[in-house]
Design a binder for this molecule. Structure first.
Ligand SMILES: Cc1cc2nc3c(=O)[nH]c(=O)nc-3n(C[C@H](O)[C@H](O)[C@H](O)COP(=O)(O)OP(=O)(O)OC[C@H]3O[C@@H](n4cnc5c(N)ncnc54)[C@H](O)[C@@H]3O)c2cc1C
Length: 402
C-alpha cells in the first residue's frame, strides 16, 4: 500500500522507489475486514472501477459488524458504518489485495532480508543480508509485529484481554455473481463465546472464521473443542485449519521520526474486533506522505514529532475503543469474560495515562463517553470523532448496555 501510494502521489516521476521484502518470511495473510475509506483508496490507487476492484478482491460489501451475545443486555446489535446502510467497506481476500497493489506500484522489487534500519544525516540507511547497504530519503518499515515488546519502545495495551487467534476456512456462504460484483449487504459477525469470540467474514470464494482468545486463560484444546461445537450449530460441515497466530497488543512510541515511518503491524497492533489494521496503515502512510510531499523540508524536524504524536494518539484511541467492548461482559459468565471485564479493561487508565504515553488519547476517549452521558447532545457535537465517529460510540454503548 505504501509503494502504491508513493507511485501515485510523488510529484517527481524521476524518483527511485525500492520495495523490499524477504520471500522467506511470509506475510501474515489474514486481514479480511476493512473500513469504508479503503473503498475510495483502492479506486484511487489502482485506477480501476469500484466494481472491478471488488471482484478482484473476491470481495463482498461490509456495512458493519454484527455483535452476538456481547454486553450486559443480552441483546444482539449491529455497529453500522456512518451513514448507516449507505457507507460500506470490503470483506476482501488479503492475498488478492496485496497482488492488486503490487500491480499499482512502479518500484524495483528487492528480495532480501533487512538487518537494520538506522537514521543518518538527511535520511535512513538500510543494511541487508548479502547486499551492500543503501541510503534512502524515506523508509517505510513494514516488517510486521515485533518479536517482543520493550517498554521504552512500545506502549503495551494489554487492557485488551486476548492474544491468540485460531483461523479456519469454510465454504462460501455468499456466492459470487457471474457478472458484476455481489451487491447484497454483508456484515462481519462477532460472536461471543465462553473463551473469547469468533469472527465470521463472508468472501465470495470462502468464509473465514477466527476464534480469538487468551492462551493463559484457555488451552488450545478447549478453544478448538468450542470452535467445533460452534461450527456444528452454525451448520458448517467442513473446514480447513489454517493457522494459530499469537499476537501482541501494542502501539509503537516512535511511529515516525522524519526519515523512518513504521506502518502496519510494525507500528501498532490490536486484536481484530473492529478490523482497525488496514485503516491504520492508510492513516500512517497518508499522514507521512502528505507532510513529506507537501511541506518544505525546512519544517521536517518540527513536523515529525507532531505527526508521530497524532499517529500514536489515533492508534491508542483505537485500542481504547476495542478494549471498551469488553467492559460490560457478555452472555457468558466464564473465567475469560469475568477476567476481561473486572480485571483487564480497568487497567486502561494506567496504561494510557498521558504521562506514560505522551499523548491525550485517554482524555479524548473520556470526553466521548461523557458526551454520551449528557441528556441532550447538542447538534454542534454530532460530528465529533475520537478515532471513530460519535455515532459508532453511541451504537456500541447502547448495544453493550454501558
Ligand atoms: C487474527 C487476525 C485477524 C486480522 N484481521 C484483520 C482485519 O479483519 N482487518 C484488518 O485490517 N487487519 C486485520 N488483521 C491485521 C493484519 O495482520 C494486517 O492488516 C496486515 O496483515 C498488515 O500486515 P503487515 O504488512 O503490516 O505485516 P505482515 O503481513 O506481517 O508482513 C510483513 C512483511 O515484511 C517482510 N519482512 C519481515 N521482516 C523482514 C526483514 N527482516 N527483511 C525484509 N522483509 C521483511 C515480510 O516478508 C512481509 O512481506 C488481522 C490480524 C490477525 C492476527
Amino acid at each position: 500500500m505504501a509503494a502504491a501510494s508513493v507511485t501515485r502521489l510523488h510529484p517527481d516521476s524521476d524518483h527511485e522507489l525500492h520495495h523490499i521484502y524477504d520471500s522467506r518470511i511470509p506475510v501474515i495473510g489474514v486481514g479480511e475486514g476493512s473500513w469504508p475509506s479503503l473503498v475510495q483508496e483502492l479506486r484511487r490507487l489502482t485506477g480501476l472501477s469500484h466494481e472491478t476492484v471488488q471482484q478482484r478482491l473476491n470481495g463482498t460489501r461490509k456495512y458493519g459488524v454484527s455483535f452476538e451475545g456481547w454486553g450486559r443486555r443480552n441483546r444482539d446489535f449491529t455497529h453500522y458504518f456512518t451513514p448507516q446502510q449507505v457507507s460500506y467497506a470490503y470483506h476482501l481476500s488479503a492475498d488478492s489485495m496485496a497482488e492488486l497493489l503490487h500491480q499499482s506500484a512502479r518500484a524495483r522489487h528487492v528480495d532480501a532480508k533487512v538487518l537494520n534500519i538506522t537514521r543518518v544525516e538527511g535520511g535512513a540507511q538500510v543494511e541487508f543480508e548479502g547486499l551492500a547497504p543503501e541510503r534512502y530519503d524515506l523508509v517505510f518499515d513494514a516488517r510486521g509485529f515485533p518479536a517482543e515488546l520493550h517498554p521504552e519502545q512500545h506502549i503495551d495495551i494489554s487492557f485488551i484481554p486476548t492474544d491468540t487467534a485460531v483461523i479456519r476456512r469454510c465454504p462460501a456462504i455468499v456466492k459470487g455473481e457471474q457478472e458484476g460484483p455481489v451487491l447484497q449487504p454483508t456484515y462481519t459477525r462477532a460472536v461471543a463465546r465462553p473463551h473469547g469470540w469468533i469472527f465470521i467474514i463472508p468472501l465470495t470464494v470462502h468464509t473465514s472464521y477466527g476464534y480469538i482468545f487468551n492462551r493463559d486463560v484457555s488451552s488450545l484444546a478447549e478453544v478448538e473443542s468450542d470452535f467445533d461445537a460452534f461450527l456444528e450449530t452454525d451448520g458448517v460441515a467442513e473446514f480447513e485449519q489454517r493457522a494459530v497466530i499469537p499476537f501482541p497488543n501494542f502501539v509503537h512510541r516512535h511511529i515516525y521520526d522524519g526519515a523512518v515511518a513504521r506502518i502496519g503491524n510494525a507500528a501498532a497492533f490490536m486484536e481484530p474486533l473492529e478490523a482497525t489494521a488496514i485503516v491504520s496503515a492508510q492513516f500512517q502512510i497518508g499522514m507521512v506522505l502528505q507532510m513529506r510531499l507537501n511541506r518544505s523540508v525546512d519544517y521536517l524536524e518540527r513536523d515529525a514529532p507532531v505527526v508521530n504524536r497524532f499517529l500514536v494518539n489515533n492508534m491508542l484511541c483505537y485500542g481504547l475503543i476495542v478494549g471498551w467492548h469488553y467492559s460490560c461482559g457478555s452472555r457468558y459468565d466464564s473465567r475469560f469474560w469475568r477476567r476481561a471485564r473486572d480485571h483487564v479493561w480497568p487497567r486502561h487508565r494506567k496504561a494510557a495515562d498521558p504521562r506514560v504515553v505522551d499523548c491525550a488519547a485517554l482524555g479524548k476517549f473520556d470526553d466521548m463517553i461523557q458526551l454520551m452521558k449528557q441528556s441532550v447532545i447538542d447538534k454542534s457535537d454530532w460530528n465529533r470523532m475520537c478515532a471513530v465517529p460519535l455515532t459508532s460510540y453511541c451504537q456500541l454503548s447502547q448495544g453493550l448496555g454501558c
